[in-house]
Ligand binder design. Structure first.
Ligand code: SF4
Length: 162
């Protein structure tokens, strides 16, 4: 039996982060890590509803992303510097456990990549436990919550979130 849990992002301040497993038994991978269409669908939802971005964080220093970061700062009621420091990389929903990275690598490998870990490293990818897609460490969305990332160390102290 599958149980679907929907969580209001307004409640995100209270971690722990919700579990998201394909079959709910704790041993398999989240669907979006294995199914590109599901990942793209959830990613688009993150863009449309939670302003996931920017498209190219590599040009943050040039000012080309200022419009994006100003919007994030406005949403967070924070200054620009604080907004720029808020990234998936330090979001409580960003899962970069070795178990999750194995899932992501397995999914990318099934799409034909020679070395999936190259792709993971290039984007510094992890899995968003909130919005259920593969996200990149230097991006952010309006559902961001401080306290991340989720690491192997957390697994030993907080239990298995994967
Ligand atoms: S990890 Fe956090 S900041 Fe990144 S997309 Fe998920 S909720 Fe948003």
């Amino acid at each position: 039996m599958k149980v679907r849990i929907e969580i209001d992002t307004a409640d995100f301040a209270s971690i722990p982060v919700p579990v998201d497993m394909g079959d709910g038994n704790g041993d398999s991978c989240p669907v979006a890590t294995q199914d590109m269409d599901v990942n793209l669908e959830n990613r688009q939802k993150a863009i449309d509803e939670y302003d996931y971005g920017p498209l190219d964080p590599g040009v943050d220093d040039t000012g080309q992303n200022d419009k994006f970061w100003t919007k994030i700062a406005d949403t967070f009621k924070a200054d620009m510097d604080s907004a720029l420091e808020s990234r998936c990389a330090n979001c409580a929903a960003f899962n970069q456990t070795s178990k999750m990275l194995e899932c992501i690598a397995k999914g990318i490998g099934s799409e034909g990549a020679d070395d999936p870990y190259d792709s993971i490293q290039a984007g510094d990818l992890g899995y968003c436990q909130f919005l259920k897609f593969k996200c990149a460490s230097q991006r952010v969305c309006t559902a961001w919550v401080s306290g991340g990332p989720i690491t192997d160390e957390d697994m030993s102290t907080k239990g298995d979130l994967l």
